[in-house]
Design a protein around this ligand. Structure first.
Ligand code: ADP
Ligand code: MG
Length: 456
């Protein structure tokens, strides 16, 4: 090991904290070659995580006392992948190697933007939180420009929007007819536009974006307040749309909530199909973990998956982070990734999502609106019952973390789509109407107190 690396370690430990240091630095092997520093890590997962979160800190630590920041590369050490005890022949399903990225994508497609090879429909776990969105994406991939145009996909950070649009693009590019597909971030669209304006190349810019079969723009909320870019995009959109070409958009919020978005663009966005993705249900969280683990060659039992799903955050990104941390720990200690290790590495959440029950929610809402639980769960559709019922369903979803299906069952055997609709209605009201917001906040606070968990 290089002496300078050893010298940088105390600084890293101090900057990153004990836990991060143990997880992310101790398993690293460091060498130096003509190109600079070379950090060898046990898996690709590890590589991505380390690069994303700690590379700058590492550069700084290695470059302490020098003028220029040193060059640091993170590479996967081929012979040192995550410790995996070989399962007995009869046990769990075999771990399949990750399929090779579809080569034809790079070879054939006149590409704008960059696709992630791993983000396919096969690697996407479908459940009630994303079934509608996923179905829509598949339909668009099968019949671009025909049924859902534009297709507007929205949902919180880390819930799989970028994954889905990549899957859609792979699907389009993977079979004939040969199509011109561009998938890029709205920010990239803007940067390309600025560069075209600066170099007096607007003609080429327009040709490039209007001569497409499918344009996929990720994170369009980024266009908020960017007037010049919005104007250009409006024309691009119209040119494509009127020629029957497909436009796909994603955002972290629905069109009407994107502030500083021109009305004409908003109404274009609203002119096709709008689908959203919700946070994964507990069952989906387990399924996602198992899929990711298999993909990365990590063996994960159902028990461990359940524990991790329960104790990590709600977004898929947090789940992935937990899995990475665990497999890195297992690799470092040379032990299997079992329940014992998982329980140790992942302490129970301080504020468990399981602490509030649907029954508690129903009781509180009834108390507040002076109703009986029977009335609340009844099928009567009168006004004084509809709103409280929707509120109770919403809180059951957000505070009790119950699935749409199980909420439906506890509200007089309703369909899960009814519950989804109710949750949506309350979400929208909350965004628009301050009095609904304050009502919900007060109910949420009471629920937290009742469950003995801490607010905030
Ligand atoms: P977003 O664009 O909505 O912020 P991403 O598409 O970047 O989210 O997803 C974050 C991570 O979670 C990605 O690694 C993605 O593969 C993974 N992911 C999200 N949803 C799913 C799912 N349903 N099945 C499998 N992986 C998922
Ligand atoms: Mg994204």
């Amino acid at each position: 090991m290089e002496a300078e690396w050893m010298e940088a370690l105390p600084l890293l430990r101090q900057r990153m904290g004990e836990r991060n240091f143990a997880t992310w630095i101790e398993p690293v092997r460091c060498a130096r070659d003509a190109e600079g520093w070379r950090l060898e890590v046990p898996s690709r997962f590890f590589q991505e995580w380390l690069s994303r979160h700690f590379l700058n800190t590492i550069r700084e630590a290695l470059g302490a006392g020098t003028v220029s920041a040193p060059s640091v590369r993170v590479v996967v050490h081929a012979h040192d992948s995550v410790a995996q005890p070989v399962p007995p022949a009869s046990s769990a399903a075999p771990v399949r190697p990750a399929p090779a990225p579809p080569r034809h994508v790079a070879a054939r497609a006149p590409k704008i933007g960059h696709l992630v090879a791993e983000y396919t429909f096969e690697s996407f776990v479908v459940g009630e939180a994303n079934a509608v969105a996923c179905h829509a994406a598949r339909t668009v991939a099968e019949t671009p420009g025909q049924r859902f145009n534009p297709f507007f996909l929205w949902g919180g950070v880390g819930l799989g929007k970028t994954h889905l649009i990549n899957a859609l693009a792979h699907e389009l590019l993977g079979r004939p007819p040969r199509r011109r597909v561009a998938a890029l971030a709205a920010e990239t669209f803007m940067n390309t536009l600025i560069s075209a304006l600066r170099h007096d190349q607007m003609g080429a810019f327009r040709d490039r974006f209007r001569d497409l079969d499918v344009l996929i723009l990720d994170d369009v909320q980024f266009l908020a307040g960017k007037e010049r870019t919005q104007e250009e995009f409006f024309h691009t959109f119209n040119a494509l749309h009127s020629a029957g070409r497909q436009v796909v958009l994603t955002s972290d919020k629905p069109p009407h909530e994107i502030k500083e978005l021109e009305q004409r663009l908003r109404s274009r966005f609203e002119g096709g199909l709008i689908a959203d993705i919700h946070p994964p249900t507990p069952e989906m969280r387990v399924a996602i973990l198992c899929k990711k683990a298999a993909r990365h060659g990590v063996e994960l039992s159902a028990d461990v998956a359940r524990l991790v799903a329960e104790r990590s955050g709600t977004t898929v990104r947090e789940l992935e982070g937990a899995l990475t941390r665990l497999s890195a720990m297992a690799a470092m200690r040379g032990v299997p990734l079992d329940l014992e290790l998982a329980a140790q590495v992942m302490p129970p959440l301080a504020r468990s999502r399981k602490m509030v029950s649907v029954e508690q929610v129903q009781e509180l809402v009834c108390q507040h609106f002076r109703l009986s639980v029977e009335e609340l769960s009844s099928h009567r559709r009168v006004r004084p019952l509809v709103f409280p019922r929707q509120v109770a369903m919403y809180l059951s979803r957000t505070m009790a973390d119950a699935s749409f299906l199980s909420i439906g069952e506890k509200f007089g055997g309703r369909d899960h789509s009814t519950v989804m609709y109710a949750v949506r209605m309350v979400e929208e009201k909350r965004a628009q109407d301050p009095s609904t917001g304050s009502l919900l906040r007060s109910l949420e606070t009471q629920l937290r107190q009742e469950s003995g968990a801490h607010a905030g």
